[in-house]
Design a protein around this ligand. Structure first.
Ligand code: XMP
Length: 417
């Protein structure tokens, strides 16, 4: 394995040399695939043969001559790899001989059964209004209702109207037991002067855990802490058994103190977002809630580059609302993965009437994705972008310029930090 001078990030082309085994049933000998590497194997062991090559990797797909071991350098699991799921199912069903026996309703039944036998004490579950924690809380309520207590912590970094919405759809409509705690002061003061994104996540994770523990001591004892962690959080936080380095310490996986005296329960940790949405539908959660765009645990703090100030928070929150509202209005909200606005400390010159006015520059980002592991920028219509831009500069005090983000993931990540 050597570092190669040319990196391959994003879309690449794979030429298939052998259309049996992994590539059986492929009508063509070229597919587009998603690469993310800056090194490549330069030599193969004697008992391996090459199944496919890409522009910068002569051994992009390989197998041992006995047909029992395979290696690919591209990502078959992402939506941007053409027929990637066929490659995986060829491996699982043809090579390994596994049988199909998994469905979302069997997962639901098994998880309810497993939770109700395993959980022996009271469970404290954090809910944020997002899809993941909502599904996790409704699932737990179904499995162990009398042992469950949920808590919604207002970090002061949330989207407009979040607490009220959670109260309506989770508590009133679905009967999930939730207490609301306003801890915004604690979060905002701990974030003062913190500039580095990873430090922000750690600070937020720490305060989160502290507020939790305080709540738990007061209303406990609770034996378990439940979270809506998903599989991409597990991989990207470097907590799976795979040797991935840490991309971002998503706080719901990485930031909890080691001495936390509760056992962690993560009933969704094997699922991707689209699977969580199907599970939510089976649990009777309304489509409007399930289709909500993902929102990061550290909230608007990762959409504010540099220090989180009250003024930047106001600009960020109001601009985010305009972006989401305009996408709903245009009928494209449910077609994209995520839409939001972010800003930093850059000040650009604008003009108001005859006067020079220096103000914030807000970046609007709308992305398409299937699983958040890769993403592409959304080709939004010009009238939609114009409307968003005009509304933000007209309605959000202090903003004089709006730009649109046009980078895919990789090399960018979805959130700016
Ligand atoms: P990135 O920015 O890593 O985001 O491409 C992938 C998905 O994860 C969300 N995200 C987070 N979620 N805590 C979370 O709970 C975090 O710290 C965090 N950072 C990113 C992001 O919104 C996207 O959907």
């Amino acid at each position: 394995m050597e570092r190669t001078s040319r990196r391959e990030y994003g879309k690449s082309s794979l030429t298939i040399l052998d259309r049996s085994g992994l590539f059986s049933g492929f009508p063509q000998d070229k597919i587009s695939c998603w690469m993310s590497h800056s090194d490549a194997a330069t030599r193969l062991p004697g008992d391996m043969s090459v199944l496919g090559v890409s522009e910068n990797s002569p051994f992009a797909a390989v197998q041992t001559t006995d047909g029992r071991q395979f290696g690919v350098q591209f990502h078959p699991e992402v939506a941007h790899t053409e027929r990637g799921s066929t490659i995986l199912s060829n491996f699982v069903f043809n090579v390994c001989g596994a049988k199909k026996g998994w469905s979302m309703s069997s997962f639901l039944e098994e998880t309810i059964g497993e939770l109700s036998t395993r959980i022996e004490g009271r469970v404290l579950c954090a809910v944020s209004g997002g899809v993941d924690s909502s599904v996790a809380s409704v699932l737990l309520n179904r499995a162990i209702a009398e042992k469950l207590q949920c808590v919604f912590i207002d970090t002061g970094l949330l989207r407009e109207g979040e607490a009220a919405e959670v109260s309506k759809f989770l508590k009133e409509d679905l009967g999930v037991p939730i207490d609301f705690v306003d801890a915004s002061e604690a979060f905002l003061s701990a974030l003062r002067g913190v500039l580095d994104p990873e430090d922000k996540r750690k600070v937020i994770g720490r305060i989160f855990a502290e507020v939790f523990e305080r709540y738990a001591r007061r209303y406990g004892p609770f034996r378990y802490l439940a979270q809506g962690t998903l599989y991409p959080d597990v991989i990207e936080s470097g907590h799976s058994s795979a040797p991935a380095s840490v991309i971002k310490t998503h706080h719901n996986v990485g930031g909890l103190p080691k001495d936390l005296s509760m056992e962690v329960v993560e009933p969704l940790r094997a699922l991707y977002k689209d699977e969580v949405r199907s599970l939510g539908a089976l649990l009777g959660i309304p489509a409007k809630v399930l289709q909500r765009h993902p929102f990061p645990g550290p909230g608007l703090a990762v959409r504010i580059i540099g220090e989180v100030t009250t003024e930047k928070l106001r600009v960020c929150r109001d601009s985010n609302k305009i972006v989401e509202d305009e996408l709903v209005e245009e009928g494209v909200y449910n077609k994209v993965w995520q839409s939001f606005a972010y800003l930093g400390d850059d000040r650009v010159t604008g003009v108001l009437g005859d006067e020079r006015k220096v103000g914030y520059q807000v970046t609007v980002k709308i992305v398409e994705s299937v699983d958040a592991m890769t993403a592409d920028w959304y080709r939004a219509s010009h009238p939609l972008l114009e409307k968003i831009s005009t509304r933000i500069t007209n309605e959000v005090e202090g903003v004089v310029s709006v730009v649109y983000a046009i980078s895919s993931k990789p090399p960018a990540t979805i959130e700016p930090q």
